[in-house]
Design a protein around this ligand. Structure first.
Ligand code: 4UV
Length: 536
């Protein structure tokens, strides 16, 4: 094999670059086909279907109503909802107001939500009555909107949505203005607000949907499954934004229950499914699968976590008429880095295990982590991406932004992968700290901070342990001089403070945490230790 040199090896999509729309705001772009599709189904939620005309009108009404509640250009609105029409109306309304939508898991604990509130100080929150008690009003919330009957001192969503759409203020919004603020821990540290602008998100949708041969071909005939949470960038982008742009119907599933899901797929003749690998495991292992007609599905896109070869093949066998492929995304990269070309209008050959090729109108390189040299084909290294779609930066954190996006505009993903002779991208491992439980982010630094706040814990490190179902599980190594401290007590201490998927699976008591001379936790050593324990 050729030795890496200082030459820049830059990889592009197999699809040609195309002129992308310029200066179009995200909501305008998503609803641009409205005149042609006004009466087509847009959102399906239980027995209620909203047409495109209704969805657009309700988004405008909610914008007018939010403005009456004091939301101004640049303000942050927190959406803390399960998958629902109200999530989408709120998001689009915020975009129309030139405000910024931040979203988080409604199952988060009050302490987790408070961290987000403290970081971005939203003006308004839209949530469920059962979640209101988790909102600390001390961070400057002017009002809380609830989707059902209002909790005390809250406003009813449908009263907000009753506003006269003509009263929504005319605001001057620029392409470079922020529109979404999802949180991500990136390559290191705790979760940070990721500033995504109209430009980044509109471009990212356009990279999927534009051109003679769109990379992600979906039309108004499609019914897209929305079972992944809209508060995470994958569904927010690929289902909500791309789905609206395509004029497809979006089938909203608020919570995962396998039989109800299968029934919904059959009943609504779902054609496109965006999923994460654990969901594929749940589907393929469930004997009930064979009682449902799933033949309407024409493609399944897996993302957010590695999809094993056997699993991909198992699903392909169950759905012989469907293309099963992967998308590779990251909140900070705006979000899509690469996409399976089997989803294109005129599909190109795909390879099992590949995440497709880099999106069009963008560049990708693979670098040697130690030297930063760009590597040729077939050499694994850190994947970097550059293009108009990547984030503007982390909210109020220039240092973390500079660590992620270098002076030449390359975003360093912290993922190790390579590009093969046919431009296909294969991910090999994760260089960064991040743990992914069923595609959900579990930032080790957050759990380490919590562990260190325990009076009997002197030092701690959290690393991933491989798991067939969840992908990875968080496991802690703890130094404690209190010999009475038990594994259960440490687990309980964390469980009380975090959402279910951040709970510790195992706690190992050790004499010291291995660290480099600069004090960095030697995570690879701990991961190796877990593997050796598992082998015993
Ligand atoms: O920041 P985040 O939580 O973001 C995501 C976003 C996923 C996608 C996937 C396809 C899309 O089309 C899309 O819009 C969004 O998960 O986590 C980013 C990290 O998740 C891992 C990788 O380590 C990223 O840096 N990851 C994401 N996709 C894959 C993956 C994949 N297909 N295979 C393996 N790991």
């Amino acid at each position: 094999m050729a030795r890496p040199t200082a030459t820049a090896h830059i990889f592009k999509s197999k699809l040609p670059d195309i002129p992308l729309p310029n200066n179009v705001l995200l909501h305008t772009y998503c609803f641009q086909k409205l005149p042609e599709i006004a009466h087509r189904p847009c959102l399906i939620a239980g027995d209620r279907t909203y047409s495109y005309a209704e969805t657009h009108l309700l988004s405008r009404k909610v914008a007018a109503g939010m403005s009456k509640l004091g939301v101004r250009k640049g303000d942050v609105v927190m959406i803390l909802l399960p998958n629902s029409p109200e999530f989408i109306f709120s998001f689009m309304a915020v975009s129309m107001l030139g405000a910024v939508a931040t979203s988080a898991n409604p199952f988060y604990t009050a302490a987790e939500i408070s961290k987000y509130l403290a970081a971005c100080k939203p003006t308004l929150a839209v949530t469920e009555a059962a979640t209101v008690h988790k909102l600390d009003m001390g961070w400057g919330l002017k009002a809380v909107v609830t989707v059902e009957e209002p909790a005390e001192n809250c406003v009813r969503f449908w009263d907000v949505a009753a506003a006269d759409e003509k009263e929504a203020p005319a605001v001057e919004i620029f392409w470079e203005d922020a529109v979404a603020l999802p949180f991500s821990s990136g390559t290191t540290g705790v979760a940070k607000g990721v500033v995504l602008t109209h430009k980044s998100l509109m471009t990212s949708v356009a990279q999927m949907m534009e051109g003679e041969n769109p990379n992600l071909y979906m039309t108004e005939e499609d019914v897209i499954l929305c079972v992944l949470p809209l508060f995470h960038i994958f569904a927010m982008h690929c289902v909500m934004m791309c789905g609206l742009r395509a004029g497809s119907a979006i089938l909203l599933i608020p919570q995962f229950e396998i039989r109800a899901l299968l029934e919904a797929i059959e009943r609504h003749r779902v054609t496109v499914a965006m999923v994460v690998p654990p969901l594929i495991i749940a589907l393929t292992k469930n004997p009930a699968l064979h009682h449902y007609d799933l033949t309407s599905i024409r493609f399944v896109m897996s993302g957010a976590a590695p999809l094993g070869l056997q699993l991909q093949e198992a699903l392909a066998n169950i759905l012989p008429n469907a293309i099963v492929g992967q998308g590779y995304g990251m909140t900070e990269s705006g979000p899509v880095l690469s996409m399976c070309l089997g989803f294109a209008k005129k599909p190109l050959p795909t390879k099992v295990g590949s995440c497709g090729t880099v999106v069009r109108n963008a560049e990708l390189k693979v670098i040697e982590p130690q030297t930063g040299f760009s590597l040729p084909r077939n050499h694994p290294g850190e994947i970097c991406v550059r293009g108009p779609q990547i984030m503007k930066g982390y909210l109020n954190n220039p240092q973390a932004t500079a660590a992620m996006i270098d002076a030449h505009g390359w975003l360093h993903t912290g993922d190790i992968g390579y590009v093969d002779d046919d431009d296909h991208i294969f991910l090999v491992e994760r260089l960064k700290e991040l743990i992914k439980f069923k595609g959900f982010q579990v930032p080790p630094a957050e759990l380490e901070d919590l562990l260190m706040s325990h009076p009997s814990i002197a030092d701690a490190a959290v690393v991933p342990q491989k798991d067939d179902v969840a992908g990875e599980l968080p496991v802690a190594f703890v130094v404690s001089f209190d010999l009475t401290l038990t594994e259960e007590a440490v687990k309980d201490f964390i469980a009380k403070q975090v959402v279910f998927y951040k709970r510790l699976h195992k706690v190992h008591f050790v004499h010291a945490i291995p660290k480099s001379i600069t004090g960095k936790i030697l995570r690879k050593d701990l991961v190796a230790k877990i593997a050796s324990i598992a082998e015993r």
